[in-house]
Design a protein around this ligand. Structure first.
Ligand SMILES: [Zn+2]
Length: 92
């Protein structure tokens, strides 16, 4: 059973797709692939209720720095304060 038949934003057609999702918490990031209903018109992504709960669980683990069930995938960086173009700023 689909949670939605049409996009709640624009009433566009939805298609089940694997999308890449970034979750952040406590300065850390987890990337993952997840099934979503994606609006073919506006790009809105809809997730099943249990998936949304899992996202919250993952953000909670990141905030508490509990890294079980995660593995490292590259490194993430931000720029230093003195980057030559002042339009570019560190995120934290
Ligand atoms: Zn839409």
């Amino acid at each position: 059973m689909k949670p939605f038949e049409k996009c709640p934003v624009c009433s566009g057609e939805l298609e089940n797709k694997q999308v890449e999702k970034l979750l952040r918490g406590g300065g850390n990031t987890v990337s993952l692939k997840v099934a979503a209903e994606v609006c073919l018109h506006c790009g809105e992504r809809l997730y099943a209720e249990d998936v949304v709960k899992s996202f919250e669980e993952i953000r909670g683990k990141l905030r508490k720095k509990e890294f079980s069930h995660f593995r490292t995938l590259g490194q993430s960086f931000t720029v230093e304060e003195n980057w030559p173009n002042k339009a570019i700023q560190p995120t934290a």
